[in-house]
Every structure is written in C-alpha cells, then in structure tokens.
Design a protein around this ligand. Structure first.
Ligand SMILES: Nc1nc2c(ncn2[C@@H]2O[C@H](COP(=O)(O)OP(=O)(O)O)[C@@H](O)[C@H]2O)c(=O)[nH]1
Ligand SMILES: [Mg+2]
Length: 693
C-alpha cells in the first residue's frame, strides 16, 4: 500500500553550517516518535549525520534523508550540508522537495550560505519557512535576527511567532494565529495562555502579521483598510495561500536541542506546506518526440523519478536516493535510465532513515526512496517506465574551484587510487580527477581545500590508500617571440653504416592559440620526399618535450626550406634527430618565452571586505574586470594567473573571517613576465638535474 500523496510533505532543511539543521531534523524525528532517543551532533548520535567523517568533524558533509509520521502525515526530511565546499549538495536536495526550511542562527543572523540557499530555493520556486534557531544561546536576539533577514533576503518575511523568554530562559513561543503559548514540558508540547510579559509583543506582531497577509491579496487589503480587521477564517485562508505560493515567508523561533518550537514547526509543515498532490504534475522532455511532456502525480501513471543523491560505500555498494514524481516503482523490476538510455535492474527498494533502510514492496508518487546497486545511474538522472521514456531537467553542479596533485605513498597503489576516485566521484558530482599528461600528475579537483582534504581522508579510511597531496604543477607552455633560421645536422660515422641527416629550419611565432604549423618548402630534392615526414616528426616530438623549461611548445610555425642527404647513411631516425637538434637551437635563438594559464575568478565576500579582496587580487598580478554589489555581499570578477591562486583559499578565509567564497576556471594563456619566467626556468633545470642523478 503506497502512501496517500496528499499526506506527504517533502522538506529540505537548508542554511549556513552550524546553525542546527541536523539537530532540528533530529528533534522532529524524536518529537514524532520516529527515533526513541534524541541524538546529538556533539555525541555523533544523530540520524542524518551518520558518516564517520561527519561524526568526527561534527558537521554535515553530505545530503541525507530521514522520515517520520506526524499527525497522520508522512514528513520526509532532506538534511543538507551548510559549508561552502559542500553547498551544491543542498541544491541537489532542494531539487527533490516541495518546501524548504531555512534555518538561521539567533546570534549570527544571515550568513553567506544563508543567502546562497535562499537563491537556490528561489530558483526552484519553493515555499519556505525560516526558523531562527539556537534561541537559548547567550546574546540570541529574535528581533535583530529578523531585521537581518528582512534586510538581506528578498521576500516578504513575517514572524508567525514571538519568543517567550530569552537566552537560557527561552521557554517557548506565542502562536500569533491562535494567540496561545506553545511550551514544552519533558519534551512534550503544552499549550498555555500567553504569559503577561509576552502579551504586548504578541499583540503588536499579530497586527503586523494581519497586515502582511492582507498585503498578499488585493481584495483582502481593501477590506482591511476599510474595516480595520479581517475575519479569522479569511485571514487563515489567505495565509495558507501566501505561504504555499511563497509570497509570504513565516518566521519561527526554536531551540532544536531543547525541543522548543519543534512541534509548532511540524504543525506548520503539515498545515501549510503543499503536498506532491498539490503540485500535481512534473514537466520533462519526452525522449521519443523530444517535445515537452508532463507526468501526473498519480500511482497509476507511468513511473518517473529523479535521483538526487548517490551514496557510495565500499561494502554496501552504490545507493541511489530518488524522489518519485509519478507512477509506482516496485521491487524486483526493471526501469529505464532515460538520461543515459540504459536499462537498470531494480532489486530491493525502501525508505531511508539516515543510514538505515526500511524495505518496501512499492513506492508511489511523492515518496522518497532508495535503491541499491544501479549500474550506470548517477545523481541528476531520470529513472522511468521503459515504455514511457521522459527526462526531467537534471541538476547542475558548479565547476571545481581548486586542484591538487596527488601521489601514492607506496608504489603500486595507482590502481587503488583510481578505483577510489572513481567511486567517490560517483557519489560526489563536484569531485573531478584526471591525469595531466603535460605535467605528468594525477590531479584531483574540488570545491575547496577542505573538500579535497576530505577526499584524501576518505581514500585512506574507506579504500585503504595513503596519498601525498601536492600543489599542482602549473601547466606552462613555451613559445617564441622572434624568428630564427638554423641548421640541424646529424652525422655519425662509427664502424659499419653511418647516420646522416641535414635540415635547415625557419622558426616563427604564430598568434596565441595558433597551435603548430609545419611547412615543407623543399625544392629540387635537397631532401628526398620520404624523409620529410621524419623531419616533421622530429620537430613535433621535440615540441612535446619542451625546450626552454621542459613545457610543451605551442603557437609555432616551422618551415623546412633546405637540407642535404646521403645515399647510404640517411634514414628516418637520422632526419628526426637532425630536425630536433635544429629546433632546439633555433628555438633558443628566437627569443623564447613562457606562457601561463590565466583563470577567470569569481569571489563573493562581505561588502566590507571588498577593498581587501581587490587589493589582494592586484597583488596577485590579477585584473579586476567587474564588481556587482548584491546586498551586503559583493561579487568580484577578475582574471588572475593560476600560479598566483594556489594559496588563495587561506588568504580569502583570513581576509573575510571565513565568509568569502570563490570559484575559478581556466580562461586563456598569457606571457609570463620575464623575471618570473627566469625563476620557473631555473627551477625546471634544477629538477631535471636532480632527475638525471
Ligand atoms: N544551544 C543550542 N545549541 C544548538 C541548538 N541546535 C543545535 N545546536 C548545536 O549547534 C551545533 C551545530 O548543530 P548542527 O545540528 O550540526 O547544525 P547544522 O550544521 O546546521 O546541521 C551543535 O553543537 C548543536 O548541538 C539549539 O537550539 N541550541
Ligand atoms: Mg548538519
């Protein structure tokens, strides 16, 4: 028996790291009786922070799912990480839900990632509830936090509650709709009359709430202005519509670890958040016709689901966590991965409670489920009925911001590393890795230093390989600015048959990005036709190895315009060597230079730090190309040489007190200033000497 769609609520819990999201989920699970002990982040006992890395660090690193039944409703929670390096998991989590709970800290107020997740929720058009949590802390302040919310987040935010008591004396909240106090005693909710000291604030804020609700509805506003009040029933109806459509965002107060404000939050979710049935249909692209198509949230419709999280474990294997949009998925069946066009066998399916699975026979629309061991399925893929293929819009992940080179500590571990990285990348779409043939390094790229460090730790713990992390070698390139004409001649006469090749080469630069051009300008058979490809090959191989500092040569035109040969001693090999000798000499005569990769960098930082951020970029030989203020956050776009960005993460962190974030991607190559090129060449020579000893 599948769940009643109208009774399902899928909720994403998002916000800056450390504000109490995981604790709030735990509180709700406990309040609903889904767990019989209230787990604590600090003890590593919560349902949704079950990974050993999360327990060790006491922070969420990855999206996880849990559920409870409350007042006849199924609440599916998607708990997301709040730290910058892992925030794209929150975006993926929000893709699958019908509403978001945005948690903020009652002391810190709006933080960098709060603004990010707010934008994500906007992108998906999600209704949301803001919870001001940790109200029991010293210096917790509801109205100041509300102020920062209203100033920095776009939308109509309005308290639905006011707190009773403050800091350690925080006891509960006044429900401004019912005008009753919601307290907790021994973890159980208790309704009471509004205590005298909270009465004035309650009356004042109720008036503001009515005004805010009236403003969401023109007819209601007219009535309110005329009569000075609105009937309870009308007001509730308008409030419901405003919350469901996101035109009004209610603000609540809570102390998750003390279970204060937890029941009222669940009540609000049940009463005001839309069910998957309210949303009705999901849109996608019909695979056969390529036209837009929809699927209804109906258990009898063709099956459609989206995978929003992949968990990979060396023991359990791969788990795909998905949200069903239409139809019914049965265990032991077969589905189509419409994104990849492959068939997948579905074995056991079930609900997820943190790391635990509850096996189910069938899962219907609106449900969040898990399936093990799909072959080709990754996060963002659509699973559907084979006869009715449809692709839902996927999930986009940002490009990596930082790369490190990794090296096995013990020789022979290369295969293990590659298996581990492959597995981890399945689970984490923001983790990339590739072998760079130019620098001969295995590069691991991620969203930040902490992300890459995590990957390395996980490799050790889960896959039993120890690696060294090195800064990546900068993939410099070499070219020339001048021209030269040289002779490359190779002649050897030792014993039997000799070697003879003789070439004259003209070396010239091409424009940036021009690559390589080889021109055969031999007339009159100075070199026989059949040896000319050998000359080109000699030139190409020499370019690949590099001449000036051992980096590949680009943007070069080489013209073979003369030479000579020997009837017996000339050979392919002799001409290859001759050409290579010629190029090596001519290249150095033609004013060689180094080119370096320049990155497009985007930094977001608190506006107060804008001056420091820009000064620092200039100090890194960077060019600021744009600046966009966005509330109290400023986005700076710049181009900076890659070589100057290796230490950026820690500088940005100390400049902005951890509130800055950045991303970068390669833009183009530019000439390295002479004094820096000199150093790079020197280092390359030293390295070469070392290697040859
Ligand atoms: N005083 C107090 N501490 C809390 C509350 N909620 C969470 N915490 C603590 O805040 C820290 C971060 O909580 P966590 O749930 O991991 O936050 P998340 O990163 O947003 O998931 C932990 O040490 C929690 O025990 C609360 O309501 N009051
Ligand atoms: Mg958490």
């Amino acid at each position: 028996m599948a769940l009643d769609i109208a009774k399902i609520r899928n909720i994403g819990i998002v916000g800056h790291g450390g504000v109490g999201k995981t604790s709030l989920v735990e509180g709700m699970l406990f309040a609903a009786g889904a767990v019989n002990r209230l787990g604590r982040v600090d003890d590593g006992t919560t349902t949704t922070d079950f990974d050993p890395d999360e327990i060790k660090r006491k922070i969420s690193l990855s999206t996880s799912a849990a559920y409870c039944d409350y007042k006849g409703h199924r609440l599916n929670f998607v708990d997301t990480p709040g730290y910058g390096d892992f925030i794209s998991d929150a975006r993926a989590g929000l893709r699958a839900v019908g509403g978001a709970i945005v948690v903020v800290d009652a002391v810190a107020g709006v933080q960098v990632q709060t603004e990010k997740v707010w934008k994500m929720a906007n992108d998906y058009g999600l209704p949301r509830i803001v919870v001001i949590n940790r109200m029991d802390r010293e210096r917790a302040d509801f109205s100041r936090t509300l102020d920062s919310l209203q100033r920095r987040l776009k939308g109509r935010l309005c308290p639905l509650q006011v707190p009773i008591g403050a800091e350690a004396g925080f006891q509960g909240v006044v429900d401004l709709v019912k005008m009753k106090a919601a307290l907790v005693a021994d973890g159980k909710p208790r309704e009471a009359e509004i205590p005298g000291e909270a009465m004035d604030a309650a009356k004042e804020w109720r008036e503001k709430l009515i005004e805010a609700v009236a403003e969401t509805d023109d007819d209601l506003l007219a009535k309110y202005l005329e009569e000075g009040s609105i009937a309870e029933g009308e007001m509730l109806g308008a409030l419901r519509r405003a919350i469901a459509s996101g035109t009004l965002v209610p603000v609540l107060a809570a102390a998750a670890t003390r279970l204060i404000g937890v029941h009222p939050l669940m009540d609000l979710i049940v009463e005001e958040f839309p069910s998957p049935a309210d949303v009705g249909t999901v849109e996608g692209t019909d695979v056969k016709t390529k036209a837009a198509s929809t699927r209804a949230a109906d258990p009898k419709a063709p099956f459609t689901a989206l995978v929003f999280k992949t968990i990979s474990d060396p023991h359990v294997g791969k788990l795909s966590v998905f949200r069903v949009y239409s139809g019914t998925l049965r265990s032991d069946s077969q589905v189509l991965n419409a994104t990849r066009g492959t068939r997948e066998r579905v074995g056991h399916i079930g609900w997820l409670q943190g790391k635990a699975q509850k096996p189910m026979e069938a899962l219907g629309p609106g449900e969040i489920g898990v399936v093990a061991k799909l072959k080709d399925t990754l996060t963002g893929d659509t699973l559907c009925d084979e006869a009715n293929p449809i692709v839902l819009s996927g999930i986009t992940f940002p490009e990596p911001a930082i790369s490190f080179a990794i090296q096995p500590k013990s020789r022979g571990d290369e295969d293990k590393i590659s298996t581990a990285l492959h597995r981890m990348a399945e689970e984490d779409p923001t983790l990339h890795h590739h072998f760079d043939p130019e620098t001969k390094q295995l590069l691991v790229s991620g969203m930040g230093q902490m992300h890459v460090e995590m990957v390395v730790e996980r490799m050790k713990r889960k896959y039993n390989v120890d690696v060294l992390v090195l800064p990546p070698r900068i993939p410099y390139k070499e070219t020339v600015k001048g021209r030269a004409e040289v002779q490359g001649k190779y002649k050897k006469q030792t014993g039997g048959r000799g070697q003879y090749g003789d070439t004259w080469l003209r070396i010239e630069p091409l424009t940036r990005g021009g690559g390589f051009e080889f021109v055969d300008d031999i007339f009159g058979g100075a070199i026989p036709r059949n040896f000319i490809p050998s000359v080109e090959k000699g030139v190409r191989e020499c370019m690949k190895r590099g001449i000036y500092a051992g980096y590949p040569v680009v943007d070069l035109k080489v013209t073979l315009y003369d030479g000579s040969y020997h009837d017996v001693d000339s050979s392919d090999m002799a001409f290859q060597i001759a050409a290579s000798m010629g190029l090596q000499k001519g290249f150095m005569d033609a004013r060689p230079i180094l080119l370096e990769p320049v990155m497009n960098v985007e930094v977001t930082a608190p506006s107060d730090n804008a001056g420091d951020v820009i000064g620092d970029i200039n100090g890194r030989r960077g060019r600021v190309i744009g600046m966009e203020p966005d509330g109290e956050i400023v986005a700076v776009r710049a181009q900076v040489p890659m070589a100057e960005m290796l230490t950026y993460e820690s500088s940005l962190r100390s400049m902005t007190g951890g509130r800055g974030a950045y991303s970068m991607e390669p833009s183009h190559y530019e000439e390295v200033p002479a004094h820096i090129a000199e150093k790079v060449v020197k280092e390359a020579k030293a390295e070469k000497e070392k290697a040859s000893h």
